[in-house]
Design a protein around this ligand. Structure first.
Ligand code: FES
Length: 67
C-alpha cells in the first residue's frame, strides 16, 4: 500500500499552480521564501505583483499565461 505524497501540485487552466503540503519555495539563489500557509498559489502568468505568489492578476485582460 502506497503512502500519500507529502506535496501535491495542481495546475489550473489560465491560472496558478496550487501547491499543498510540506513544501519549500526558494528564490533563484536558494534562499527560502517564507510561506505562511500549507496551501499556496504560485503565479505562472508573470502578472502578479506579489511573485512568486498569485494575486489574481491572471484574470485581468492582458495577462496571458503560457500556453
Ligand atoms: S497566475 Fe495568478 S496572477 Fe499569475
Amino acid at each position: 500500500m502506497g503512502t500519500a505524497p507529502e506535496v501535491s501540485i495542481n495546475t489550473y487552466p489560465d491560472g496558478p499552480l496550487l501547491v499543498r503540503g510540506d513544501y519549500v519555495v526558494t528564490d533563484g539563489k536558494g534562499n527560502e521564501i517564507p510561506a505562511r500557509r500549507r496551501t499556496v498559489a504560485l503565479c505562472c502568468c508573470g502578472g502578479s505583483s506579489i511573485k512568486p505568489w498569485c494575486d489574481g492578476s491572471h484574470k485581468s485582460p492582458g495577462c496571458a499565461p503560457d500556453p
